[in-house]
Design a protein around this ligand. Structure first.
Ligand code: IPM
Ligand code: MN
Length: 346
């Protein structure tokens, strides 16, 4: 049926401002007979300052009952580093098994990208989302002394690597260029690197139409700047993916346009969609945040839920809006949301 039950986590700073626009566009694009139910969850820095809570178990269970999650941004400078990242964001990604962290990069017209005018930058990074150095498998001995040893172990399982690599092949197979690049560092990280490379090669035999390529992550950063058009789909581990997707966002129009989906393709748990940017407390309340990344995240959400036609309409609206926006025509958060809502509705 055509009803969507959505958990909304507006969060902090500009989070609530951009989420309001994302919901506005979502309501405008949905077919008449589709029912949208939203429920807001008050999570993030404000909540933590007030109660010391990050994400209590009962709320976790309630969120698990929705079809999908829309997240704005969380955090402010008053929360110690790691508290909300581990206690909320990563907790959701891990508990809901979001093993595909999908981050498309497309060069839209009229952006202030350093690569503006370069043709055909349109690739997607499939970042592994549940393993690698993010698992918290680490520790410190002789902490605080001159002899301290701090370990942060990257965990890579055959199961975890295979499922994300397979997902990336499927995505590459479905795109016109059918090209998949594995990014790792297997000349140094030989254990994890070989698991990734062997899995990549083995699964690749099932996808003879997909051409493949391997790059060390350092070399990949060069090509992301010097020749990003060479990429179609990139698959990589959690930490490399974190780093190269910020770089990818910077070269393809800025972090204000970068969307992401934390996806559980099995649909056993709700997937979560969020702009790549943070809560930007410096501009919160000024009405100047660009809601486009959130709106594009809503498009990823719709595509995940099987509403590809609506997702296409959002993508087209963003392209048209940016083509007309021009650098002189600075608009407020609300105005951009209104313009996009009008385009997808009409
Ligand atoms: C991101 C962020 C997060 C990450 C942080 C906030 C934990 O940088 O979504 O890219 O490292 O994954
Ligand atoms: Mn990041």
């Amino acid at each position: 049926d055509r009803s969507i039950s959505l958990a909304v986590i507006p969060g902090d700073g500009i989070g609530p401002e951009v989420v309001a626009q994302g919901l506005k566009v979502l309501r405008a694009v949905l077919p008449q007979d589709a029912k949208l139910e939203t429920r807001e969850y008050d999570l993030g820095a404000k909540r933590w300052h007030a109660t010391g809570e990050t994400l209590p178990d009962d709320e976790m269970e309630q969120i698990a009952g929705h079809d999908a999650i829309l997240l704005g941004a969380i955090g402010d400078p008053g929360v110690p580093s790691g508290v909300l990242e581990r206690g909320m964001l990563l907790k959701l990604r891990f508990a809901f098994d979001h093993f595909v962290n999908l981050r498309p990069s497309k060069l839209y017209p009229n952006t202030d990208s350093p690569l503006a005018g370069r043709p055909d930058i349109d690739f997607v990074v499939v970042r592994e989302g549940t393993e690698g150095p993010y698992v918290g498998n680490g520790g410190s001995i002789r902490k605080g002394t001159a002899q301290e040893i701090a370990n942060e172990v990257s965990v890579n399982t055959a199961y975890g690597v295979e499922r994300v690599v397979r997902d990336a092949y499927e995505r590459a197979q479905a795109r016109p260029r059918r090209k998949l690049t594995l990014v790792h560092k297997n000349n140094v990280l030989v254990h994890a690197g070989h698991l990734w490379k062997d899995t990549f090669d083995r699964i690749g035999r099932e996808y003879p139409e997909v051409s493949t390529d391997y790059l060390h992550v350092d070399a990949a950063t060069i090509f992301l700047v010097s020749d990003p058009a060479r990429f179609d789909v990139i698959v990589t581990d959690n930490l490399f993916g974190d780093i190269i997707t910020d770089l990818a966002a910077a070269v393809s129009g800025g972090i204000g346009l970068a969307a992401s989906g934390n996806i559980n393709p099995t649909r056993q748990f709700p997937s979560m969609f969020e702009p790549v940017h943070g809560s930007a407390p410096d501009i919160a309340g000024t009405g100047t945040a660009d809601p486009t990344a959130t709106v594009l995240s809503v498009a990823l959400l719709l595509r995940h839920l099987g509403l590809g036609e609506q997702a296409d309409r959002i993508d087209a609206a963003v392209t048209a809006d940016l083509a007309e926006r021009g650098s002189a025509a600075a608009r407020t958060t609300d105005e951009i949301g209104d313009a996009l809502a009008a385009r997808v509705a009409g």
